[in-house]
Ligand binder design. Structure first.
Ligand code: ATP
Length: 340
């Protein structure tokens, strides 16, 4: 495997700055996830790495080699797209064998057979090798699409929302599979998504991007627990982190300059009688089975917290709240100091 580095990369399309001064390394054997909303520049970043786009300024390095001006074919990268991009009239076997059969590669048929069979085993589609691609379920098709990347044994995998067209159950299943395969192969994967669950569950590190800029890079835990801005804080966590104007929390100690306080739902706790710093009123109780989401009114703002489903809470009821770990943000949304 290999590492890939972007160094101060800029890419503009007319008036749009798709990628802005982006510097980042996916280390050898790392599962690096770029997390960002639509239009953040995720796909453009991957296309810059493949060579399908050229940066206006900056460089792309693979294993320490500057490939910025090398043609796409020479970079030994496999790309898995959101769409399956299979050949419908071919069998699963032939779809998997296809990347190895290009005249330039000249891989011998016995070697092809071995690689296809190994890949099919790894993806649990060995029993489908003789099926036509059109006869597969969505999840199987996407496994084949991933298999077409794996079979080539490239030095780096780039994946562009490969699970987004699948239903929730298959997505959850393939998330686990992809992570298992990545660990088994020691693969370097740069994966882009707007799905925070994919980022949290698969990434060794997450890079949060917005408007073509990398806002924060860190382990899922670092990004979740120590976001550098309110925007990053809002990208991870379900239900979303609560934000309150600091002036509404006179009894909570915050660093000077704090305009907004971020409170994760698990850090807003229902306190025993007279034990809270705040008093709110239950507005709505959402039952989710293993836990309830409690929507509260607090000084005209809405807050969400979690509660045990056995806790008897009803709309209209007054509750005391205890705030465990407030995150402080300044006027511009930047985090101030450590948590208090
Ligand atoms: P999505 O999740 O919707 O795929 P993304 O994060 O992958 O979004 P990009 O596709 O990289 O975002 O696009 C970043 C910005 O660059 C967008 O504003 C997009 O409209 C613009 N853009 C991308 N490619 C081109 C192009 N070939 N010509 C003009 N503008 C482009």
């Amino acid at each position: 495997m290999a590492d890939v580095t972007l160094r101060n990369v800029n890419k503009r399309f007319g008036a749009v700055e798709a990628v802005r001064d982006l510097s980042l390394t996916a280390n050898d054997g790392e599962f690096l996830v770029l997390l960002g909303p639509s239009g953040a520049g995720k796909t453009t970043t991957l296309r810059l790495i493949t060579g399908l786009e050229r940066p206006d300024t900056g460089s792309v390095m693979i294993d320490g080699r500057d490939v910025t001006h090398d043609p796409p074919g020479s970079r030994d990268i496999a790309f898995v797209f959101q769409q399956y991009s299979l050949y419908p009239h071919l069998t699963v076997y032939d779809n998997l064998a296809f990347p190895l059969r290009s005249p330039a590669r000249r891989v011998a048929e016995p070697t092809i057979r071995k690689r296809v069979e190994q890949t099919a085993e790894l993806l649990h589609i060995a029993s489908k090798l003789n099926n036509r691609a059109t006869r597969l379920s969505g999840g199987e098709m996407q496994r084949v699409a991933i298999g077409r990347a794996l079979v080539r044994d490239p030095s780096i995998y780039l994946m562009d929302e490969p699970l987004s067209s699948l239903d929730a159950k298959l997505r959850a299943e393939l998330r686990l599979e992809l992570k298992r395969i990545q660990i088994e192969l020691g693969a370097t994967i740069l994966y882009v998504t707007h799905d925070q669950v994919e980022a949290m569950t698969m990434a060794s590190r997450i890079g949060v991007i917005r408007d073509g800029q990398l806002l924060q890079l860190g382990t899922p835990r670092e990004i979740y627990e120590s976001p550098t801005s309110s925007y990053v804080a809002s990208r991870l966590g379900t239900p979303q982190i609560n934000f309150l104007p600091a002036r509404l929390l006179p009894d909570v100690a915050v660093p000077p300059g704090t305009e907004t306080v971020g409170i994760r739902t698990e850090h807003l706790q229902l306190a025993a009688r007279n034990g809270g710093q705040m008093v709110g009123r239950v507005h709505r109780v959402e039952h989710l089975g293993e836990q309830n989401h409690i929507h509260l009114d607090y000084k005209g703002e809405t807050l969400v917290t979690l509660a045990d489903p056995h806790q008897p809470l009803q709309a209209g009821q007054e509750v005391e709240l205890h705030l465990v770990r407030p995150l402080c943000f300044d006027r511009a949304g930047q985090r101030i100091a450590a948590a208090v």
